[in-house]
Design a protein. Sequence first.
Length: 125
Amino acid sequence: MHEMSIALGVVDIAEKAFRESGASRIESITLQIGALAGVQLESLYFVWPSAVAGTALEGADRIIESTDGQAVCLECEQPFALKHHFDACPHCNSYFKNIIAGKELNVKSMAFIMDESPQPAPSNN
Ligand SMILES: [Zn+2]
């Protein structure tokens, strides 16, 4: 189940950004996952609670934006929607295509909650 390693990778990215932000907690994280990224969302949802337990992401909202697969046929040059990597062009049935969208697997954005109390200024000595 490689969704666990994906989730742990997201946790790494989030914790690094969180430390650099100086925020008090993470309100939400938005992931962009393409239809062709090879991620089973059900599996990702299943492993998520154990992946984020005890990390900066624990309790943060998880928002998934899924993007559809898009390809341009290399034979007839028509764009078409792709559900699977191996789909043929619906116009000419060619399997030669250039996939232009749907393989995304990104942390798109995160929302931080900053501490209300003033932070002590960093000391230079
Ligand atoms: Zn075609």
